[in-house]
Design a protein around this ligand. Structure first.
Ligand code: ZN
Length: 109
């Protein structure tokens, strides 16, 4: 809040001017307005800080991704997907060789 005598800015809640020592004759409305202004400034500063932090983080992530892409090299290309068409020539499985011992174990000595 401003001193009426010298015009210097004083902290909220001060009774006397810090520069000239004059009594800061303030009404409730003036104090209220002063507090509101200070809160508004604080909010703006907070929002600015948040924005700055976000930008710093975004730039950091961008630089990190560039570094990683340089270190890791190009992204490997995916192989062609397997085809699901049936093979042109179907190999018939060979029938198992007939073995008498297998089918008639009691006949062979
Ligand atoms: Zn003053």
């Amino acid at each position: 809040m401003k001193c009426a005598q010298c015009g210097s800015e004083n902290k909220t809640g001060q009774i006397y001017c810090q520069i000239c020592g004059a009594e800061l004759d303030l009404t409730y409305d003036q104090v209220h307005e002063s507090v509101r202004e200070e809160l508004k400034l604080e909010k703006e500063k907070y929002a600015e800080d948040q924005t700055r932090q976000f930008l710093v983080l975004a730039v950091f992530l961008m630089i990190l991704s560039i570094i990683l892409s340089v270190v890791a090299g190009p992204v490997p290309q995916a192989e062609a997907p397997p085809s699901f068409s049936a093979p042109t020539t179907v190999q018939k499985p060979e029938p198992p060789a007939a073995d008498e011992r297998f089918y008639f174990p009691e006949r062979v000595e």
